[in-house]
Ligand binder design. Sequence first.
Ligand code: AMP
Ligand code: MG
Length: 312
Amino acid sequence: MKYSKRFRVEPGSKVKLADIDAGFKDRHEDRESAQSELEQNSRRLAELQYLMYAEDQRSLLIVLQAMDAGGKDGVVNHVISAMNPQGCAVHAFKAPSAEELAHDYLWRIHRVTPAKGQVTIFNRSHYEDVLVVRVHDLVPKKVWSKRYDEINDFEQFLTENGTHVVKFFLHIDAEEQLARFKQRLDDPGRHWKISESDYSERAYWDQYQAAFEDVLEKCSTEHAPWYVIPANHKWFRNLAVSQILVETLDSLGMKMPPARVDIAAMRAKYHAAEALEEGGAAADGADASSAEREAESQHGKKAKKHKDKKKS
Ligand code: AMP
Ligand code: MG
């Protein structure tokens, strides 16, 4: 089954996260059994991104949200490593700066949406303004409750202007989060990831889950769907995300753009330049020392041989 169907939140449908198995791994036993599919997805993703870059007509915005330690960084790494860095960007959204707070909450978002031909990944996003902001009463309810509609309008606006929006909620359960916090403690290489807020935010688990459920119900739309990705298994999470991206990009029917020049005329120019290059080499040879002349003539013979071979 297509993961883009299986994990998509139908617009307007209620989601109960506690009922969704975060440890789901479909027919796969383990990472090894999914490896060839993962590699295939990465290769296809690279081709499709190349096509989007060449076409230069539309863009892709990937939104990642999750509880702490849910794997957003891991997905960024996995998806980006399949792509040409020239065509993609990543933006991580932290608590807003004073300048950002002095503007509307979409200001910092809209400035970094992808240009035509580009793929952009948001590590956290405008959805924080109905998640952490709601859970911690950072603005009154009458302010944040209007934001679901505002966000839908904003995303529709992006879509109508050529940006495809795909949103992933990486779903881990509370047990898995604690296990990942422990890994961070046990591995000095991950100590930098530990933050004071890890445990204080965990105490709000239920409020966050409720806030996510509202986001999924209110903001999964035809034009900008949410996907709930079972994410306890990192490899399965990567498999599902990459597959949905491939399915999404495949469905756009992108085409390699036609050449911007007359290829036959350009080929004629190439041959003229090639002939000039060969003629030039021969003329140079005329006033070179005899040793150089010998070397030039060897080179000329080789070039002729190469040309004859090509003709045959
Ligand atoms: P991290 O992604 O672990 O580096 O943490 C970034 C932090 O910034 C998280 O605690 C987010 O909840 C917080 N954050 C992101 N966006 C907002 C926002 N709009 N308002 C308040 N806090 C935010
Ligand atoms: Mg964190």
